[in-house]
Design a binder for this molecule. Structure first.
Ligand SMILES: NC(=O)c1ccc[n+]([C@@H]2O[C@H](COP(=O)([O-])OP(=O)(O)OC[C@H]3O[C@@H](n4cnc5c(N)ncnc54)[C@H](O)[C@@H]3O)[C@@H](O)[C@H]2O)c1
Length: 405
């Protein structure tokens, strides 16, 4: 495709603002490979707001829609960037794919493994691209620390990873973005499925496929959520505390702890211990290295974030630099949008396609399946759809059929 890709932004709530900031950075750095032609949200004002922001840097204001079907009928988009609540990822994506649009969908792809497989199948049948919008792995510092740990082997073999985030902070169930997030059928799960999806991806980027998972979880904050979409008034039922152990056949033991409804003492740790020292990841522990990092080596020396980034960039050819940091953008949202657009233009596979999104998602689901069954769960069994007792009621609720073999 030589003309700019005509892009529809579908879902104009919270995170779509970061996607628009990504479009803007690309545009301001000279990228003309796409044009946003539509903004769609049932809440018209939200679509208007995003369209107005886009009109500030692009030559034309995108059209406003409140229905995905109208975007399709208007025939003004080749591709769609989906920023939707988890419960409508699969239905909206499949509808667009069947209409011949390429689709990028925010993590955690489908609401269950089965729903995700259905999306992948729909993309294959339509001959369209399904990409996962996963920003964390593409930011400059996460790419640099991934290189430092995997390629440069800065701390040698990694033996143990400790990820802890315990901070008392109850969610505001009056705010629309927390209503759907509090209910299992709408979100698929709590923070494991939300910010946890970034960690589930990065830990596999760093160490490959997990072997097995043991997880405990509970819900301590079961306040009533009023007027949640689809289900109306319901008590919150997704997890707000967990402790998971993730085992790799040839990788570290990972312990992963979270709580947001247990008061009295906060924990915040993200440490990767290897045979030659430890790497500390800064920022939110579930977004590895987004806030940079530092290494403390066994010989008493320290390696700074700046050093690792400089050393990493020195290894990249100009072509690789353009591929990983297109138009000089080093921020994950801009990079994920460009990757999707470039995949649409050239027909290549995006860095994170539906299958890669599914692999990250399956690790989140393995935590739920283990907690639900009280047993250690094999990651492969979850990925292959054999362990799905936790997810089965969600699939039934949304009438998600089993994918064809
Ligand atoms: N990458 C990140 O760091 C990050 C951060 C936050 C959220 N997310 C992901 O982004 C997605 C959206 O999260 P959010 O925080 O923006 O949620 P949100 O509730 O703030 O926004 C969702 C928007 O979708 C709209 N919507 C609902 N049904 C729709 C439909 N059928 N068609 C079009 N629009 C529809 C809603 O009206 C709302 O404006 C989720 O998948 C979430 O996990 C990613």
């Amino acid at each position: 495709m030589s003309d700019p890709v005509r892009l529809a932004l579908v879902g104009c709530g919270g995170i779509s603002g970061s996607h628009v900031a990504g479009y803007r950075s690309l545009y301001e750095n000279g990228c003309r490979e796409f044009r946003v032609t539509a903004c769609c949200d049932p809440i018209r004002q939200r679509a208007e707001e995003r369209a107005r922001a886009i009109a500030q840097f692009q030559d034309r204001k995108p059209e406003i829609y409140t229905e995905t079907g109208d975007v399709i009928r208007a025939g003004i988009a080749d591709a769609a960037d989906l920023c939707l609540p988890h419960y409508c990822h699969h239905s909206v994506a499949i509808r667009l794919l069947e209409a011949g649009l390429h689709v990028q969908v925010e993590k955690p792809v489908g609401i269950t493994v089965q729903a995700t497989k259905l999306m992948i199948e729909a993309a294959r049948k339509a001959g369209c691209i399904l990409a996962t919008a996963e920003n964390v792995r593409r930011d400059l510092a996460p790419r640099a620390w991934t290189w430092a740990i995997r390629e440069r082997r800065l701390i040698g073999r990694v033996h143990m990873v400790v990820i802890q985030s315990v901070a008392f902070g109850l969610r505001d169930f009056d705010a629309s973005q927390f209503k759907w997030r509090a209910i299992k059928e709408l979100a698929g799960g709590g923070m494991i499925m939300d910010s946890g999806a970034h960690f589930a991806d990065m830990i596999q980027v760093l160490f490959g496929e997990p072997d097995e998972v043991r997880c405990w979880m509970d819900t301590f904050d079961r306040r009533l959520v009023r007027d949640a979409p689809v289900v109306g008034d319901r008590d919150a039922d997704v997890e707000d505390a967990w402790h998971a152990e993730i085992r790799f056949r040839k990788g570290p033991e990972v312990v992963w702890t979270y709580a947001n409804a247990l008061a009295g003492h906060n924990l915040s740790n993200a440490v990767y211990y290897g045979e030659n020292g430890a790497v500390l990841a800064h920022g939110f522990a579930f977004h590895p290295f987004q806030g940079g990092g530092e290494a403390h080596l066994a010989d008493g020396t320290t390696v700074s974030n700046q050093d690792v980034i400089a050393q990493y960039r020195a290894t990249l050819s100009p072509e690789r630099e353009q591929q990983l940091f297109p138009y000089g953008c080093t921020q994950g949202f801009a990079i994920e949008v460009w990757d999707f657009i470039d995949a649409v233009r050239t027909g290549r596979t995006p860095e994170m396609d539906g299958e890669a999104g599914l692999r990250a998602k399956a690790l989140c689901e393995a935590c739920y399946e283990s907690a639900d069954s009280g047993r250690v769960v094999r990651y492969r069994d979850v990925l292959e759809g054999q362990a799905r007792a936790y997810q089965a009621p969600i699939d039934e609720f949304w009438h998600v059929p089993a994918p064809s073999a």
